[in-house]
Design a protein around this ligand. Structure first.
Ligand SMILES: CC(C)(COP(=O)(O)OP(=O)(O)OC[C@H]1O[C@@H](n2cnc3c(N)ncnc32)[C@H](O)[C@@H]1OP(=O)(O)O)[C@@H](O)C(=O)NCCC(=O)NCCS
Length: 334
């Protein structure tokens, strides 16, 4: 005799209830970067839009930065840690294979017994996490989800590599996602192109450290032009699909928060999308650098703090990076 499984359904919709961001104290200037590479402040500003970035302290890792960002997201949302039932951490720089940063973070925050896991979706990690949280809440497997995008890229970047040293920074961004009667998170448009896996990648497996004594610590390598071309040509299409999926147009949009990869990529996307001048655009890369999974929540939490974006605004998020992977959705800001 076979039984019938009892199914479960969740809330009709979900929305983001609050954001929080954390930038480490140490500010690193272009002049600091140029001590190790043949470059200049002028070249870095012109080609990337980056003026300064933050590097974490030695004893400050992915979990510590996440805890600081999460505390702000809790304060902004009015949710307390004991109410959370799932924790998702998007990161590619938690440099221990297991356990997950999410499980350790949850314990650190006093979240009792949540589902907890990390996702590896590089610069799309936060947008992936928000999409999962939305599905979990609507599917009934969670009610309140803490989503993090966090990176300590300074551990993975070779300060003498001209192609990457100036781009990346450290930081954490958090969002609390919860149930809603009306949709505050639009359908995600996401995907990947593993044929371009070598466009941004860790240069060797961790096992190289074991098998080749004296080998340098693994580092990120990047084909900058390849990534730049892909982002400029493909990502505007993805952004348009996310608007269509949410049933809105650029005329309905108030805020545009693209992954903070390069100011020139942001400018090219604005042009391709035909965004009206009135739309507030995240330009956090100037003093935060490219913080991969952290870049979208860091940028949007600062825009909210500064009044450049406000509660109820319609925002378009789009993340893209190593994989290659991408992810976009329209959200209502808390
Ligand atoms: C990395 C990036 C800023 C480089 O800019 P670019 O305009 O593509 O630069 P190129 O690699 O074509 O190099 C142009 C010239 O600058 C030089 N150059 C490269 N790096 C330099 C540096 N750090 N400082 C000074 N000159 C540099 C090159 O040698 C080249 O010189 P040449 O014309 O005499 O041969 C750009 O490709 C980029 O932002 N790519 C996307 C990266 C990204 O978003 N990554 C993260 C995705 S998550």
């Amino acid at each position: 005799m076979s039984g019938v499984i009892t199914g479960r359904t969740g809330a009709p919709a979900s929305r983001i209830l609050g954001f929080g961001g954390y930038r480490p104290a140490r500010v690193v200037t272009n002049a600091d970067i140029c001590e190790h590479i043949d470059s200049s402040d002028e070249w870095i500003r012109e080609r990337s839009g980056i003026v300064t970035r933050h590097f974490a302290a030695e004893d400050e890792g992915v979990v510590e930065m996440s805890a600081a960002a999460a505390a702000k997201a809790f304060a902004a949302s009015g949710v307390t840690p004991d109410q959370v039932d799932a924790v998702i951490v998007g990161t590619v720089t938690h440099l221990i294979q297991t356990p997950s940063a999410a499980a350790v973070l949850a314990d650190r925050l006093g979240i009792p017994d949540p589902a907890a896991f990390d996702i590896s979706a590089a610069c799309a990690g936060f947008s992936y996490g928000v999409a999962l949280a939305d599905d979990m809440i609507r599917g009934g497997s969670a009610s309140l989800v803490l989503v993090l995008g966090v990176e300590k890229l300074s551990d993975m970047v070779d300060p003498t590599d001209r192609g990457t040293a100036f781009i990346f920074g450290d930081g954490a961004g958090a969002a609390v996602v919860g149930p809603s009667d009306t949709a505050g998170i639009g359908p995600v448009v996401w995907g990947s192109d593993g044929a371009q896996a070598d466009a941004i990648e860790q240069d060797v497996f961790w096992t190289t450290l074991r098998d080749e004594p004296g080998h340098a610590f693994p580092k990120l390598k990047m084909s900058g032009q390849q990534v730049f071309r892909w982002a400029v040509f493909e990502m505007a299409k993805v952004a348009t699909q996310a608007l269509e999926a949410a049933g809105v147009t650029v005329d309905d949009l108030d805020v545009f928060v693209p992954h903070q990869a390069n100011m020139r990529i942001t400018d090219a996307m604005i042009k391709k999308l035909g965004l009206p001048d009135r739309i507030a655009v995240a330009r956090d890369i100037a003093d935060t650098g490219n913080t991969s999974a952290a870049s979208i929540p860091l940028a949007v939490s600062r825009m909210l703090e500064r009044g450049e974006a406000k509660s109820g605004d319609l925002a378009l998020f789009i993340g893209f990076g190593a994989g290659l992977v991408y992810s976009a959705q329209v959200v209502t800001l808390p």
